[in-house]
Each structure stands twice: as C-alpha cells, then as structure tokens.
Design a protein around this ligand. Structure first.
Ligand code: F6R
Length: 250
C-alpha cells in the first residue's frame, strides 16, 4: 500500500470527493461509512457542490456514520448528528431512511450497538468506508488497544482525544465515552479510504504506514486490508520518507 500524497488540503479533499462520486456513479445504491471531524469537511463541501452543480444524487445510497458521543442527544450542538446535518446530509438529497448515525442517547447503548451492527449487515455491507485518523492513530473511536476483531460497541475515549475534541465543547473536555463501529466492522468494508491532513497527523500516519501492524496503532490494521488507499496532504506525509507516491490515483 503506497499512500498518495497531494500538495494541500483542498487537492486532497477534491480527490476524496472524486472517490466517493465515482463509487456512486458505479453503484448508485452503494453503502458508505463516513467520518466527522475537521478532515472530511472539504470532501463534504466538494460533494455538496457537485450535487448542486452537476446533480450528483445520493438518494439511493445508504450512509452509516462511524461514531457518536455517548450521552449526547441528537440535537446537541456538539453531536455528530448535528455535524452531519450541517455539513453533509442537510446539503444533499440523501434519503433520511437510509442515513444512520449511532444514537448516543439510546436508553440501552449496548442494544443500540447491536442494532447498528445488524443494520450494517442487513444493508449488504459497506462498499466504501472513508476514515480520518487521530493523532494517536485511532480510526473511528477505536483508540490504541482496540481489538482488531471488535464490533460496534461503547468505547472509552483516550484523554488526548477528549482534549483535542474539547473545541466542540466550549473548552470542556469531550465526553468520556462514545459509540464506535469496531475495527472488524471497518475492515469488513469492501474498500477503505483514509484521509489525513496537517503536520499533527504526520507521526500517526508514519506509524500506520511504516510501523508494526499492532493494536497499539489502530490504523496500522488497514495494511492487512486488500483494498485500501491513504490520501494525504504533504504535511501529513512529512514523516514518511520515500514510501509515498506523489499524485497517483488511489
Ligand atoms: C470521527 C472519527 C475520528 C476522526 C479523527 C480525526 O468520526 O471517526 O476517527 O476521524 O479523530 O479527526 P479530525 O479530522 O478532526 O482531525
């Protein structure tokens, strides 16, 4: 697996939107698993623009989000429900019946996780899973140590993740726990696309691409995946040495 390196965030985001759009054209009823956070914002902007300009339609596709904070109702301003509505689902023609975000306020979180995992299975499985990466190598909210065979479950967030994500909580640390799809759930996807931007991701990217495959670096698990692409901007690739290729398509 040779990561593809693009000059900057905007180019990386356009390339990511291209991958999603071409999957949709090839299979309009495709199943996507998608992230929140800062990294995919440019990709979502690009997809919304294609919907507006070119009529790219998401109406037959199915979407599963990777995670949600535990304890947050769907209308909480820092919830991933609100994020997704503002940045993507509310800006394109998705069918609300085909959009899934874990319910962080479910009275029985374990049952919610089982139901989520079941819904993914019933949908026929994920065609394209788009991921960001945490500074500690997490994917979804699978923090270092997450078992490679894990499924959707309640997880405890790393202290560093809670601090980094504090910006969404007016300076308070993010909640202690979240619902996250599992490592195995991600690995079962037919194709995986990981996006990383910025120098603060360089170490995690280098560990994932060039270090040992280990549960201590969750993103390293992707190296065992038969169809994975890493799309990086130059800063995120800055600790990689020669193992990356400039510009080749994923
Ligand atoms: C969020 C998610 C996380 C983020 C990661 C990077 O749904 O799955 O793994 O992708 O924390 O976040 P940003 O993009 O904000 O740096």
């Amino acid at each position: 697996m040779r990561p593809r390196v693009l000059p900057d965030y905007e180019t990386m985001s356009t390339a990511a939107a291209d991958v999603v759009a071409s999957k949709l054209r090839e299979k309009p009823h495709a199943v996507f698993m998608i992230p929140t956070g800062t990294t995919p914002l440019g990709m979502y902007r690009g997809l919304a623009a294609r919907h507006e300009r070119e009529g790219l339609s998401f109406a037959r596709a199915t979407f599963f989000n990777l995670d949600e904070y535990l304890g947050l109702p769907p209308d909480h301003p820092a919830s991933y429900h609100v994020y997704m509505q503002e940045n993507f689902y509310g800006r394109v023609d998705v069918d609300p019946e085909r959009v899934h975000v874990p319910d962080g306020s479910a009275p029985d979180p374990e049952a919610e996780c089982e139901q989520y995992e079941r819904a993914i299975r019933v949908s026929g499985g994920v065609d394209l899973c788009v991921l960001g990466i945490g500074r500690n190598g997490h994917i979804g909210f699978n923090e270092p140590g997450a078992p490679f065979d894990s499924r959707t479950r309640v997880v405890r967030l790393a202290e560093t993740t809670r601090r980094v994500n504090a910006t969404d909580f007016e300076g308070e640390r993010a909640p202690e726990r979240a619902i996250s799809v599992g490592m195995r759930t991600i690995s079962d996807s037919r194709k995986v696309l990981l996006l990383a931007s910025g120098a603060n991701k360089a170490r995690a990217v280098a560990a994932a691409v060039g270090g040992e495959v280990s549960e201590e670096v969750p993103a390293s698990a992707l190296r065992r995946h038969p169809n994975v692409s890493f799309l990086l901007d130059r800063d995120a690739a800055s600790a990689l040495g020669d193992s990356a290729s400039e510009g080749e398509p994923p």
